[in-house]
Design a protein around this ligand. Structure first.
Ligand code: NAI
Length: 262
């Protein structure tokens, strides 16, 4: 899973660890402490079950070379990859009115939020399809079910005029989820988009007061912040096969924020 050292990704890692999944924690923090802590807490959740394990790897998903390195590492460390959660993402480091926003910031955001998960998915899917082709002679190895999740954002459909690049990256990612779900369904690879609203993480800590007020005023019908666990429960249900007839679905984790109201 990408972006699993903190925030939503860390919440997903804990949920998957507590429901008996080994997890590969991909992060790109300046130091490894947060990722290491996530691994330690997952390991504690495994208890005495030695068949499960967690490990972390630092890689920039915006870099083609790093994507190759991380897939190689995950395969060597875990034997095989069963599922992929494309969670890592960044907010623009500078927010500007779209009329003045800089191309350089657009590039940075698109590289991580769109190119990264799009081409990482391509790499993992190629690997899975090649494995399936090799396994045609062994009935047990053929048609294994695998699952991919894209964490997009309510910004895929709602505009924020001072972070246009983020909105465009998430709208593009929503289309990537549709494309991959259509392409991979015949190969038993199911693809889902989870579209979170306003979630309490480091990413939103800088705008906490503003959103506290908006939420209290009713911006979110359920009148609360989302928590990483809200998304983690959905990912766990997907990875445990509870939504296996729903490939291509968009699942909101936003307390009703997306509902158009008069
Ligand atoms: P966060 O900032 O707390 O954590 C981001 C994670 O991504 C960290 O583990 C970081 O190491 C990793 N990361 C950042 N850049 C990376 C790169 N280039 N390569 C590999 N890993 C990288 O973010 P948060 O809030 O947990 O968000 C997770 C995802 O959910 C993002 O895609 C974000 O856009 C999306 N999201 C967040 C919402 C929120 O309100 N927090 C709302 C809607 C969507």
């Amino acid at each position: 899973m990408t972006g699993a050292s903190r925030g939503i990704g860390r919440g997903i890692a804990f949920e998957l660890a507590s429901t008996r999944h080994s997890v590969a924690i991909i992060h790109y923090d300046a130091n490894n402490d947060a990722a290491e802590e996530t691994v330690e807490q997952c390991t504690a959740l495994y208890g005495k079950n030695k068949s499960l394990h967690a490990a972390f790897f630092k890689a920039n998903i915006g870099s083609a070379e790093d994507r190759q390195r991380l897939v190689k590492w995950a395969t060597e460390t875990f034997g095989e990859i069963d599922g992929l959660v494309n969670n890592a993402g960044i907010a623009p480091r500078q927010r500007d009115d779209i009329i003045y926003a800089k191309e350089e910031i657009f590039d940075e955001v698109l590289k991580v939020n769109l190119y990264g998960p799009y081409f990482l998915t391509q790499l993992v899917a190629q690997k899975w399809l090649e494995e399936e082709n090799r396994n045609t002679s062994s009935p047990s190895g053929k048609n294994k079910t695998r699952r991919i999740v894209f964490i997009t954002s309510i910004s895929a459909e709602q505009v924020s005029l001072n972070r246009g690049e983020y909105c465009i990256s998430k709208a593009g990612l929503a289309m990537a989820a549709q494309l991959y779900s259509a392409r991979l369904a015949p190969d038993n690879i199911y693809v889902y988009e989870i579209r979170p609203g306003i979630i309490a993480t480091d990413m939103t800590s800088g705008v906490k007061d503003r959103y506290d007020k908006l939420i209290a005023e009713g911006l979110v019908p359920q009148k609360r912040w989302g928590q990483p666990a809200d998304i983690a429960h959905m990912v766990q249900a997907i990875m445990d096969g509870k939504l296996d007839f729903s490939t291509g679905s968009v699942i909101y984790a936003d307390g009703g924020l997306h509902i158009s109201r008069l």
